[in-house]
Design a binder for this molecule. Structure first.
Ligand code: F6P
Length: 318
């Protein structure tokens, strides 16, 4: 069989590990693998490169995606999809693996509905896909954020300051919630939970009253603007407050061992689905088991938010 692979949308650490696993397992089982450069945009332009075993050597530990990625608006129009299908047919690609987030899943579903055998693998640092407990990149991103907050905490303590740290997550507070718990944040501001500035200020003040020498607030980008929140905190509490937007450092660097192993396990599952004739699916991890669901089912469900974890974070900051 001829298997195409592309990475789409925002990159995430571990995408390379997934490409490597899919390529190697497919070749060992007697299939051909074709890398598609620059996501759906590259698919519409026929940017194909055959992949051999050694072509995916030395990438397991590297961040980013060696196939590169793009957010393609043209692909969401039927003409773009038809162009992509024509290139797939011309290259005799019978199966297409799409690694990315929910936007990429929508692209894969559109192709599946037009007769292409597609398979999705969750690659986004946001951890915002239904029917998977994790997405590749999330674990690495959270660890990066925690190590950066440790540094911010040092300087905040030296100056008795409060720091507002803005992390990625347009529509999801998962990075903020997990890194906030792991950093002992005084408050975590998320798009999933209503919040108000007065409660955030009270929580910081309580921390100082208890003898803390710094305040740490973690904000998901989808819930508010870090610098404005910092200004408001300073105005209301009279505590010296700084803000830091961590930005794209969260998406770079070497994937964690967890992300590498998880990506490899999911790559293996994709090949199993291809060989067993199960297209139109997305793989994931549920209770430490690698599972698959239909792409439609995944897109129809809002990802679960862990309210229990949020409650734990609140109790721990008292
Ligand atoms: O990959 C998802 C995400 O990290 C979001 O959390 C963030 O808002 C967005 O990507 C940033 O994307 P871009 O790199 O296109 O600015």
């Amino acid at each position: 069989m001829n298997i195409g692979i592309l990475t789409s949308g925002g990159d995430s650490q571990g995408m390379n590990s997934a490409i490597r696993a899919i390529t190697r397992i497919a070749i060992i089982k007697g299939h051909n693998v074709i890398g598609i450069k620059k996501g759906f945009q590259g698919l519409m332009n026929g940017l194909f490169v055959p992949l051999a075993l050694r072509d995916v050597g030395d990438i397991l530990h590297r961040g980013g995606t060696f196939l590169q990625s793009e957010r393609s608006s043209d692909f969401y129009f039927p003409e773009g999809q038809e162009r992509a299908i024509a290139h797939l047919k011309e290259a005799n690609i019978d199966h297409l693996v799409v690694i990315g987030g929910d936007g990429s899943y929508r692209g894969a579903l559109a192709l599946y509905q037009k007769g292409i055998n597609t398979y999705c693998l969750p690659g986004t640092i946001d951890n915002d896909i239904a029917f998977t407990d994790y997405t590749i990149g999330f674990d690495t991103a959270v660890n990066i954020v925690v190590s950066l907050i440790n540094k911010i905490r040092d300087t905040s303590t030296s100056h008795d300051r409060t720091s507002v740290i803005m992390v990625m997550g347009k529509g999801s507070g998962n990075i903020a919630l997990h890194s906030g718990i792991a950093s002992g944040a005084d408050a975590i501001i998320l798009p999933e939970v209503p919040w108000n500035i007065e409660e955030v200020c009270q929580s910081i003040k309580k921390g100082y009253d208890r003898g803390k020498r710094h305040g740490i607030i973690v904000v998901a980008e989808g819930a508010g603007c870090g610098s404005q929140i910092a200004k408001e905190i300073e105005k209301r509490t009279r505590l010296e407050t700084r803000s830091t937007n961590l930005g794209h450092v969260q998406r770079g660097g070497s994937p964690s061992a967890f992300d590498r192993i998880f990506a490899s396990r999911m790559g293996d599952k994709i090949i199993e689905c291809i060989e067993n004739g199960i297209p139109g699916i997305a793989v994931g991890i549920e209770k430490n088991e690698i599972t698959y669901r239909t792409i439609q089912e995944v897109l129809n469900k809002k990802p679960d938010f862990n309210y229990k974890l949020y409650e734990i974070a609140n109790n721990l900051s008292q």
